[in-house]
Write a protein of this length. Sequence first.
Length: 462
Amino acid sequence: MTLTYTPVSEIPKIVQGLRSAFNAGVTRSLDYRKQQLRAMYNMISENDAAIREAVFQDLHKPPAELMIGESGMVKQECIDAIKNLDKWAANRSVKTGIVNKFDNVHIRKDPLGMVLIIGAWNYPLNLLLAPAVGAIAAGNTVLLKPSEVAPHTAALLTKLLPAYLDQRAYRIVNGAAAETTLLLEHKFDHIFYTGSGQVGRIIMGAAAKQLTPVTLELGGKSPAFISRDVDIAITARRLAFGKFFNCGQTCIAPDYLIVERGIEDKLIEAFKASILEFYGTSVQSSNSYGRIVNKSHFQRLKGLLDETKGKIVAGGEMDEDNLFISPTLVLGVDKEDKLMEGEIFGPILPLMVVDRLVEGVKYVNQGDQPLALYVFSKNKKAIDYILDHTRSGGVVVNDALVHFIVSNLPFGGTGPSGIGNYHGKRSFDVFSHERSALIKSMGMEKLNDLRYPPYSEKKTRW
Ligand code: NAD
């Protein structure tokens, strides 16, 4: 399936249509929202084979990884939203003083209006549709902009969405930077963006011109601390899962390891054992291992391996025609190494060996706050120390990646790794306006005397 970019002349019409639908109240009723969420659930369920095929063509993504990291999650988000919508959308009463004792004072959860969601290529289904679940649940009209870097998934969603969801309220616009730039000239009521910090800055700049609030789901170099006391086999297995899932192209993949000196050799051996267990003797023939998304990312990763001063101690095999890079470990990497400059975003895992984990804490704190931070240790004091002396979007102890699928944990970054968070009820909140409401009773007018002129000395003594 080929992806056709939306002609730019159509963009204003699409935006106006969504604005009119919102103003006409198309998306207001809770029943309508639930019905649309059910339709989204059905769209994913009924087209499982086509979705598998499209995401496979884009990323060679194994079906199990699609289910765990994308389709299963979005369906669960739909179920949670449908089940809880009445509760989430209900007015919340607040406590008042004597003056408002007879009034109805509460917080409404109103939709924001027309919102824009811009997705990234690495989880092309999830990163577009999971935020959309929140936006739909909250009663907004939604413009979706899939990543053009995963064109098969974008083309499939462009075909499927109109067959399931109400076209008056939910539309897709396709394109790259040029089309997105034009989109950003329009006034939205919220922009939800997932992708690099570099483009995140462009999005926020464009949003600022319209005073539009943003959620930015960005990336960063997520470290994993490993103390000497851990079970090395289990640690390597969990980290190998976290790092090589989606071929390392995960925003919360462990980017590099900070390993306490003395266990590095055993850890490398344990990693090799996990790689063998997961992908067999020929990783390239394994059905459980993905591919790099395109040639330019392949070249970027190859360049990193060419320039590192570290030693490749596992993997390092590459096949450009097949966009294949094997799970690769690099030992002897220091702070100045090429691999430590930016987010790796591929199946290359550098190990930085330190005498004490405190050195790693200092190192992490010299850089930007990462999106995730991992600690592997049995020592509660060491764990607490690291958590208390670092900052990151989220943190997991003794595992990697798994916080992403706990819908009650808000998912997002801090500082350069992002602004805002979502998942579960948080997604509903992101796209809702907490509107303060005071419904005054017409009775008890006597109570108001105190605030009306003419003022007197007596009225100022409360
Ligand atoms: P990408 O290339 O898919 O870009 C993201 C979106 O930005 C796309 O829809 C693209 O069309 C749009 N875009 C690109 N250039 C633009 C421009 N100049 N103006 C306006 N829009 C533009 O994805 P990417 O940026 O390569 O994504 C990788 C980054 O995203 C990594 O840093 C990763 O960590 C981060 N990421 C974060 C999360 C998260 O949930 N926090 C998830 C996935 C990826």
